[in-house]
Design a protein around this ligand. Structure first.
Ligand code: TEU
Ligand code: CA
Length: 556
C-alpha cells in the first residue's frame, strides 16, 4: 500500500437513496426524512458505509430537488431541520456517514437571489446569474437539456434580457464569475459541514465555469455541447478556491458528477496534489448504446459488451497511479441496473442482479450502489407519457412532438432508459403500495412488488438482498479488492469480464459472465492452486453458467 494513501472514502461502499422514493412516513405519497429514519436499521443491516442522499433542500421540485430555492433549509415535503438533525445523528450512531447533494451550477428561479436578480439590471443580485441584454441581439445558441425547445436562453420581459438555463427554465445557471456568489455557496456548504455532514456529491460541477461572454459555439463542438460545457476556462480555479477555503478544512469526501470528463483530463479534478475533489464519475458507461443522446433514443442494436469492457478498463487505468476511481451501474438519472446491463426476465433476474453486484463490488474504485438494486428492482416501462413525472421525459416528448419526430420510437427508448424507471418507490413488502406509502405514491409503483420486495427477501438466504450483504462483507474482509492492483485477463473474451486483484500476498480472481449462455474463459485459475470462494451459483464447474460470477483466491 506504499504509494496509495488510505482514506475512508476509498474503503467505503456508498449507498445512494432517492429520498422521494424510499419511504413515506406521513401518507402524502412522497418519501421523506422520517421515512429514512424509520428504516435506519435496514440501511445499517446492508453493511454499507456511506449514504448519499439526492437533494433535500427547499425546492419547488421542477426537477425533484435539483432546483434549490434555499440551500440551508429542508424541503417541506421531506420534513424539518429537526428531522434532519435526528437523521444525521441516527446515521452517525450506527457508524454510517452521510453525503448530501450540492446543486451549485444552477438554483431554482424561486430562489431569493433570482427573484431579486430579475427585478432590475442594477439589482445587487443581478450578477448572481448570467444575463444577455436583448439590445445585443439574439444570444448565441446554447443547448438546454430540459427545455421544450432545447433552448438554454429564456427571455425575461421585466428587464428585457435573456437568462441562461442549461437545464429547465426554472433552473437558471448561477454566475460563478461573481465572487459574492461563490462565497454564498461556500457559506452554505460550511453550514452543512459544521452540522457534521460527511461530504457532498456535486451536481454537474463540471459546468460551473461558463465561456463568458458567450461566443458562438466553436464548430468542432457542434452537437458535443456536453463536453463544451465541461471545459469552462475558470473551472479549476474555482474548484481550487473551493477546496482551499472550505473543503480542505474538514474530513469529508467530495465526488463530482462529471459529464464531459474524459480519461485524458479527469486527473485535473481528482489528483490529490491539485487540491480539488476526491472522486468523479463519468458518463461513458451510461451513454453506451444510444443512437441519439440528446433525444434519449436508443440504438436498436443494443449496447456492445466489448465497448463496455473497454470503458471500464480505460477509466480504471486512468487512476492506476494517481487519483481514485468510482464504479456505478445505475443512479437516479438512469434505469435499473438489472434491466440495463443484466436480464430482468423471471428466469435470469435474480442471478444477473447478483452478477452485477459482484462486478460492482470487486472492481477497483469506490462503488456507488443505487437503492433498490439490492432487491433486483426492475424498470417499470411505462406505456403512456401521462405516467411519467420526470421533466426530462415530458419535455423531450413535447420537443419531439413539435418537431414531428417519431414519438413511438421515443416511448420505446424510454422503456429502456427513462429516468423514472430508477425512481419508482422502494418495494418494502407485499402490502398495498409495497409498504412505501399509505397514500397515493407520487410515481407509480412497479406492479411486480408482490414478488420483488425486501420483506420477502429478508428470510431467504439465497435472495439478491442477502447476496448483496454477503458481497459487502467479502469486500471488507479482502483489502485486495480495495487497494489491490487490477489486471485484466482473457481480454478478447466476448462474454466474460475477468480480472485479478492483488495486494501483498493475496490474489483474487474474478470471472463474470455477462451473457445468458454458458461461457468459457482461459482466465480460470489452476484448480490445484486456487480456491472457489464466492459467487452467485453454489459452485464452479469449469465453465461459467449464464450470468455466473465466480470469485477465487489464487496463489501468486
Ligand atoms: O444530471 C446532469 C446531467 O447531465 C443529466 O441531465 C443527464 O444528462 C441525464 O439525466 C441523463 O439522462 C444532474 C442530476 O443528476 C440530474 O438528476 C438533474 O436533473 C440535473 O443534473 C440538473 O440538476
Ligand atoms: Ca411523506
Amino acid at each position: 500500500m506504499s504509494e496509495l494513501q488510505r482514506k475512508w472514502w476509498k474503503e467505503a461502499v456508498i449507498y445512494q437513496i432517492y429520498p422521494r422514493s424510499f419511504k413515506d412516513s406521513n401518507g402524502d405519497g412522497v418519501g421523506d426524512l422520517r421515512g429514512i429514519i424509520e428504516k435506519l436499521d435496514y440501511i445499517k443491516s446492508l453493511g454499507i458505509d456511506v449514504v448519499w442522499l439526492n437533494p433535500i433542500f427547499a425546492s419547488p421540485n421542477d426537477d425533484n430537488g435539483y432546483d434549490v430555492s434555499d440551500y440551508c433549509s429542508i424541503m417541506d415535503e421531506f420534513g424539518t431541520m429537526t428531522d434532519f438533525d435526528e437523521l444525521l445523528a441516527g446515521m452517525h450512531d450506527r457508524g454510517i456517514k452521510l453525503v448530501l447533494d450540492l446543486v451549485a451550477n444552477h438554483s431554482s428561479d424561486e430562489h431569493f437571489w433570482f427573484q431579486e436578480s430579475r427585478k432590475s439590471r442594477d439589482n445587487p443580485y443581478r450578477d448572481y446569474y448570467h444575463w444577455w441584454p436583448a439590445e445585443s441581439g439574439t444570444p448565441p445558441t446554447r443547448w438546454s437539456f430540459f427545455d421544450v425547445n432545447a433552448d438554454a436562453w429564456k427571455y425575461d420581459e421585466q428587464t428585457d434580457a435573456y437568462y441562461l438555463h442549461i437545464f429547465s427554465q426554472k433552473q437558471p445557471d448561477l454566475n460563478w464569475e461573481n465572487p459574492k456568489l461563490r462565497q454564498e455557496i461556500y457559506d452554505a456548504v460550511r453550514f452543512w459541514f459544521d452540522k457534521g455532514v460527511d461530504g457532498f456529491r456535486m451536481d454537474v460541477i463540471t459546468f460551473i465555469s461558463k465561456d463568458v461572454p458567450f461566443k458562438e459555439l466553436p464548430a468542432k463542438y457542434d452537437g458535443n455541447f456536453v463536453q463544451y460545457y465541461a471545459e469552462g476556462p475558470r473551472l479549476h480555479e474555482y474548484l481550487q478556491e473551493f477546496n482551499r477555503e472550505v473543503l480542505s478544512k474538514y474530513d469529508i469526501m467530495t465526488v463530482a458528477e462529471g459529464p464531459g470528463t474524459m480519461t485524458e483530463n479527469v486527473l485535473d479534478f481528482v489528483d490529490a496534489d491539485r487540491h480539488e475533489l476526491n472522486m468523479s464519475y463519468h458518463f461513458d458507461i451510461s451513454n453506451l448504446g444510444h443512437k441519439d443522446l440528446a433525444k434519449k433514443l436508443m440504438d436498436p442494436k443494443g449496447w456492445s459488451f466489448r465497448e463496455f469492457k473497454e470503458i471500464f478498463r480505460k477509466w480504471d487505468e486512468a487512476f492506476a497511479d494517481k487519483g481514485w476511481g468510482t464504479v456505478y451501474l445505475g443512479n437516479h438519472d438512469f434505469p435499473r441496473m438489472v434491466s440495463r446491463w443484466g436480464n430482468d426476465t423471471p428466469e435470469f433476474r435474480k442471478v444477473s442482479s447478483k452478477m452485477l453486484t459482484t462486478f460492482l463490488l470487486t472492481m477497483r474504485g469506490t462503488p456507488y450502489y443505487y437503492f433498490g438494486d439490492e432487491l433486483g428492482m426492475t424498470n417499470i416501462r411505462f406505456d403512456r407519457i401521462e405516467d411519467y413525472r420526470d421533466i426530462m421525459t415530458i419535455n423531450l416528448h413535447r420537443l419531439i412532438e413539435t418537431e414531428g419526430g417519431d414519438l413511438n420510437e421515443f416511448m420505446e427508448s424510454q422503456k429502456l432508459i427513462a429516468r423514472d424507471n430508477g425512481r419508482t418507490p422502494f418495494q418494502w413488502d407485499a402490502s398495498p403500495n409495497a409498504g412505501f406509502t399509505t397514500g397515493t405514491p407520487w410515481l407509480k409503483i412497479n406492479s411486480n412488488y408482490k414478488k420483488i420486495n425486501a420483506a420477502e427477501q429478508e428470510g431467504d438466504e439465497d435472495s439478491v438482498l442477502n447476496y448483496f450483504r454477503r458481497m459487502i462483507r467479502f469486500r471488507k474482509a479482502n483489502p485486495a479488492l480495495i487497494y489491490g492492483s487490477a489486471e485484466y485477463l482473457d481480454w478478447g473474451n466476448e462474454s466474460v469480464f475477468a480480472y485479478a486483484r492483488e495486494l501483498d500476498d493475496a490474489k483474487i480472481v474474478v470471472l463474470v459472465n455477462f451473457t445468458d449462455k454458458d461461457a468459457d474463459t482461459n482466465a480460470v485459475p489452476d484448480a490445484s492452486r486456487s480456491e472457489y470462494l464466492l459467487g452467485n451459483y453454489p459452485e464452479f464447474s469449469g465453465r461459467l453458467k449464464p450470468y455466473q460470477a465466480a470469485i477465487f483466491s489464487a496463489e501468486k
